[in-house]
Design a protein. Sequence first.
Length: 357
Amino acid sequence: MNRYFCTLKKQFYYFLKTKDIYILGIESSCDDTSASVIYNGKVLSNVVANQEVHAKYGGVVPELASRAHQQNIVPVIQQALQQAKIDKKQLSAIAFTRGPGLMGSLLVGTSFAKSLALGLQIPLIDVNHMQAHILAHFIDEEHHKKPTFPFICLTISGGHTQIVKVTNYFEMEILGETIDDAVGEAFDKSAKILGLPYPGGPLIDKYAQEGNPKAFQFTKPKVGDLDFSFSGLKTAILYFIQKKVKESPNFIKENLVDICASIQFIIVEILMDKLKNAVQQTGIKQIAIAGGVSANSEIRKRLHLAEKHWGWTTYVPKFEYTTDNAAMIAIVGYLKFIEGDFSDISITAKARLKVTE
Ligand code: KG4
Ligand code: ZN
């Protein structure tokens, strides 16, 4: 065992004995630079710097994202420590997002985390971003119930759409996933067709509140019981809008709220159908959602109804832990820390990483 690990082992037992465990989480997988301090499972700070620079391009530009992370990472971490009212010397370990994500973005967080851990001589803990979205449910929060194992998690983000069976913190199995676009992309690309800025998901949600979800009908894709497909729906929406705008150039403006409500309705219908299939196949009625799209008000409403009508127990993350944030990275760091599960300092970022890895 090298010297770095010997020192770490001693420190690990010291921290466990004192029971004062402070984890700094660093997230930089896509276009948000975030840092968070968690003390014994409770969030002391969760600072997120969004990158406005991508809005005018209609999507994330990887090169610009990594440059913005470089600029943001030091002030974001300083702010997280300040808000937590702790000095960096009190930290027990540094947790960081190893992947999946954009390589240039991941490298900024990974390199920073490694240097900081080495400088402070404390453990380094690598975190899988997709596991972190799911395990954000285990952040200690007042009035927030934690899922009991086993549960089904519908992970819905800008890059992923999966149904995952979670047997334990780090025992996960993918039951189904998208064969093409992710659900967040379906929201964002539909919004782009309507001329809305990126990311359009929250805007579709906002306009949909005022609209009629049955105004326009779109068909559901035919794929395997627990798999998803959104690329056909996106094309159907594009052709529908093009045809309508040809007939009446003001069609989008005059019908925006109804179009948004109809798009949101069909997307949430597809998600709910797959969850019903998962419950039927596994017999598990503990249902959680995670990822950016779990902020959507319609899916939240439908899950609430499912509790009442079908006896499901549902777990919806607090709003600030839905889209990318470092608190979810720090909580996984905490769960791994108490197991003594540390990373070697030679670890590298990985752009492609399954939720099971
Ligand atoms: O998890 P996340 O922050 O980043 C990824 O790892 O992809 O998810 C971002 C996605 C975007 O596609 C965004 O449009 C979507 O989450 N999103 C929403 C809502 N809030 C964020 N989609 C629908 N309704 C929302 N309220
Ligand atoms: Zn994410």
